[in-house]
Write a protein that binds this ligand. Structure first.
Ligand code: SF4
Length: 330
């Protein structure tokens, strides 16, 4: 399918094994365009009825098992690797590997890597299959490559909320293979070490520093503003992989001890529109996906902060020790 390789044959096998008559399909946004053709193949080749989830799904933290419970015998979730969660229906995770030639981008990165000897190699779910080739190439160039098994992730795999694969690695620099700033920013905010991006879609390499500095300045401004806040909303997600109720309760009690107000708000989807009725609050702490406060900051009128940032606001942690918030499910 285009440049994506989806292992659809595994689905037929699994349907046969569990004798599924009804199958749910769930795709991340970028793969949803393939939903109807996958559904057609499944229906034609197995006779099972297919229900496609039309809801937004950003990760394995957000699987539609609960909404499809009682409707399907099997749910096939594409594009993400499984998390250690208890699901309400049997789930088959199907990876989507993007097929591309990574070497031109790695060659581009060599100039930015020239002052570094030991490299922490890292990527996201769609590109795990290119790691070995990349590591071999870099080693032939005289580099030492280190890849670490994360907690709840594969070797050298980061999620937007799980950077355990880059934690405490004895490396001079991290090389992220993939596109965009989302994961490299997380690596930078987690490790504070140099991070180079080798982008095989554009065949270019760049540094994340400038972008990360801009984000840190925004975070500093939001934290400073929230220090004046007297009334906080603490957002808890109803999505299984983002639900951190105990943390929310702890934060609430910390805020109360400072003589301030705090209210826990349970939400499935979080958006500026859905927060409009709560504009009497001064700031929000997001215990749901850690990236909402950081990556969507400009969309919100009131400061949205991570639990880590609340600790800085309450003077329990120093700004110099700033780290990205994480949800490690393992
Ligand atoms: S919590 Fe956020 S960053 Fe983590 S997997 Fe879910 S959507 Fe991605």
């Amino acid at each position: 399918m285009s440049n994506y390789q989806l292992k659809v044959d595994n689905i037929f096998e699994e349907i046969k094994i569990i004798d599924a008559h009804s199958v749910g399909l769930q795709f991340p946004e970028g793969l949803k365009i393939y939903a109807t053709s996958v559904a057609k193949r499944i229906e034609n080749e197995t006779g099972a009825d297919v229900i496609i989830s039309g809801d937004i799904s950003f990760g394995a933290c957000d699987v539609s098992d609960t909404s499809m419970k009682g409707m399907v015998d099997l749910l096939v979730h594409f594009g993400h690797t499984p998390l250690q969660l208890e699901y309400d229906v049997p789930i088959l995770f199907v990876e989507a590997q993007f097929q591309l030639n990574v070497i031109p981008a790695i060659k581009e990165s060599l100039n930015l890597l020239k002052n570094y000897k030991t490299i922490g190699l890292v990527t996201n779910t769609q590109h795990l299959h290119i790691l070995e080739e990349t590591a071999n190439f870099l080693e032939k160039e005289g580099k030492t490559v280190i890849m670490k098994q994360g907690q709840g992730t594969r070797k050298a795999q980061v999620l937007g909320c799980n950077f355990s694969a880059v934690e405490d690695l004895p490396v001079d620099v991290y090389l992220y293979v993939g596109s965009g700033n989302f994961h490299p920013l997380g690596i930078k905010l987690s490790t504070h070490k140099p991070v180079i991006i080798a982008d095989p879609y554009r065949n270019e390499a760049r540094n994340i520093d400038q972008f990360a500095d801009r984000i840190l300045r925004i975070r500093f401004a939001r934290i400073t503003k929230a220090k004046e806040a007297k009334r906080f909303g603490i957002i808890v997600s109803s999505k299984k992989g983002q639900l951190r109720l105990e943390l929310a309760k702890n934060l609430k009690s910390m805020i109360h001890k400072e003589g301030k107000e705090a209210y826990i708000i349970l939400m499935d989807h979080i958006s500026p529109e859905l927060l409009v009725p709560f504009m009497d609050l001064d700031a929000f702490i997001v215990t749901a996906c850690p990236r909402i406060a950081i990556d969507d900051a400009n969309m919100y009128k009131k400061p949205l902060l991570t639990p880590e940032e609340l600790l800085i606001i309450l003077d329990k942690k120093k700004w110099e020790d700033y780290k990205i918030d994480e949800i490690r499910i393992c």
